[in-house]
Design a protein around this ligand. Structure first.
Ligand code: HEM
Length: 491
């Protein structure tokens, strides 16, 4: 009996030894990285701010390093050169998306720009975005909508003078209404009545973003994904249906109405011949991908302005020189160089999705002399790249001036500044986002002074770097506003 037990124990050790050797030989060509623990791999190294933890790991293991998150192999790129390899040189082969387990709702993924492979549907939808929705003509023809919604925001905030305002919520509501009007010519959120008005779309979006941000163990152990043990996928499917219902009736009416001439996205999509499934997925992704990212960027812009009065003064001088006492319009933006530099600087330090969206290798390939195996996940740490002292002088100081005489832009050609990603999967909303980020910041700066509520300290507020998207987080920026009445509000 004792001999049998000893043999079994020896066999277990033997197979464990072989397993470790095989695993290490499989890792040999991968980029270096911290040694993974059995089963959980490097999960404990994620922390609650993975982009910041990954930046530290990059200092130790280099610009391209490997992690094992549960049973998943993940490669992280953390320098402009490594990002260019992923997003440009090997863009095609690394263009797969890792679809989070909660979002694997077949009907949605099939029609999604964000989650589908770069297949024919994806190409069609990207083309519609590029040539119809976010082309310069459409952007220009809808400027009056964004300007009108920015003024609604000012009127609302003027009534809140001296009260403590959670500014990101007001900006988020304003953006949801901008999208509502661009998409189907309608407000979908009542700024005046955030608890009792037509808030259902906002609530559903919030719920969806919450589900997207919550941890699903199946993402680390995909074997669990099949059974949706925690019900996240069923929950996402339910919320998606609720979101589609918000515009379902209107879509039906539009299909039945001959000659509806509204200059909005729904009509563009109907004229492009898209079916309801594609329209639903596309509209949902515009609300989902466009509102929270933009609201959190604007929240960061205001946080930086609160910390840097010098920058507010420079923005105001430029606004006075270019716009005078009139309300700022989008047509002014090309002449507001410092404002544009300010938006770039905000995006450099605070990219809304610090690790972009995870990509997946469609085939095994060589990157910087390492092997990236098929199905491996790839992340690009835009947050670390934006703060890299090898690229940026005095990287942690907020200094819009660094962009004043520089051609560096966030449109995907300069890999040191990639808040919108790059390559074929670059954010298609860049032309639209850059308009309303500038417009809303300029409108707030023109119309208000603000300070923190009594007893609150900006250093406390920002000492703990928030993780990317901030809406549901515990550290929203609270401010008290005073109207600057020198500006004439013109519709
Ligand atoms: C501050 C605002 C925004 C930021 C920082 C942002 C950032 C990003 C990033 C990092 C990606 C992934 C890119 C990659 O994988 O290389 C992305 C993808 C995407 N974004 Fe944005 N975005 C913003 C606004 C918008 C807006 C306004 C829209 C639409 C109206 C939009 C729609 C999308 C879509 C559909 C994708 C998926 C593209 C694909 O996979 O092919 N985003 N965005």
């Amino acid at each position: 009996m004792e001999v049998l037990s000893a043999t079994i124990v020896s066999l277990i050790f033997f197979f464990l030894f072989i397993f470790l050797i095989l695993r290490d030989s499989r890792r040999k060509d991968l980029p270096p990285g911290p040694r993974p623990a059995p089963i959980i791999g490097n999960l404990l190294q994620l922390g609650d701010k993975p982009h910041a933890e990954f930046a530290k790991l990059a200092q130790k293991y280099g610009e391209l390093f490997t992690l094992k998150l549960g049973s998943e192999t993940v490669v992280v790129a953390s320098s402009p050169a490594a990002a260019a390899e992923i997003l440009k040189t090997h863009d095609k082969i690394l263009s797969g998306r890792y679809v989070f387990q909660s979002f694997r709702v077949t009907e949605h993924v099939r029609n999604s720009i964000v989650w589908s492979e770069c297949n024919e549907t994806w190409k069609l939808l990207r083309k519609v975005c590029r040539t119809e929705l976010f082309c310069p003509k459409m952007i220009e023809s809808q400027a009056y909508i964004r300007e009108a919604k920015a003024l609604d925001m000012v009127r609302f905030l003027r009534k809140k003078e001296d009260e403590v305002v959670k500014i990101v919520e007001v900006v988020f509501g304003t953006l949801v209404n901008i999208f509502g009007n661009l998409i189907f010519s309608k407000d979908v959120f009542d700024l005046e009545d955030p608890t009792g008005g037509s808030t259902e779309l906002k609530e559903h979006l919030w719920k969806l973003l919450d589900l997207g941000n919550s941890t699903n163990p199946a993402d680390y152990f995909p074997i669990m994904g099949k059974y949706d043990l925690f019900g996240h996928r069923r929950e996402v499917a339910k919320v998606l249906e609720q979101i589609y219902d918000v515009w379902g009736v209107m879509l039906k009416e539009r299909r039945g109405t001959k000659g509806n001439k509204a200059n909005d996205f729904v009509n563009v999509l109907l004229n492009a011949g898209l079916d309801d499934q594609k329209i639903n997925a596309l509209l949902m992704e515009m609300f989902g991908a466009g509102t929270e990212t933009s609201a959190s960027t604007i929240e960061w812009a205001i946080t930086e302005l609160t910390k840097n009065p010098r920058v507010i003064s420079k923005l105001r001088s430029e606004l006075i020189n270019v716009v005078g006492d009139k309300t700022v319009k989008e047509s002014n933006i090309p002449h507001l160089q410092y404002l544009q530099a300010f938006v770039k600087e905000t995006l450099r330090l605070h990219p809304a999705t610090p690790l972009l969206l995870p990509r997946r290798a469609l085939e095994t390939c060589k990157v910087m002399n390492y092997t990236i195996p098929k199905e491996c996940q790839i992340m690009v740490n835009a947050w670390a790249i934006g703060r890299d002292p090898k690229t940026w002088d005095d990287p942690l100081t907020f200094k819009p001036e660094r962009f004043m005489h520089s051609s560096v832009d966030y449109k995907g050609n300069d890999f040191e500044l990639i808040p919108f990603g790059g390559g074929r999967r670059i954010c298609p909303g860049v032309p639209l986002a850059s308009q309303f980020l500038s417009l809303i910041v300029a409108t707030l700066v023109q119309n208000f002074d603000w300070s923190l509520p009594q007893g609150m300290n900006i250093h406390e507020l920002t000492m703990d770097e928030k993780f990317g998207l901030t809406l549901q987080k515990d550290l929203p920026l609270l401010i008290v506003l005073k109207a600057r009445n020198s500006i004439q509000l013109q519709d």
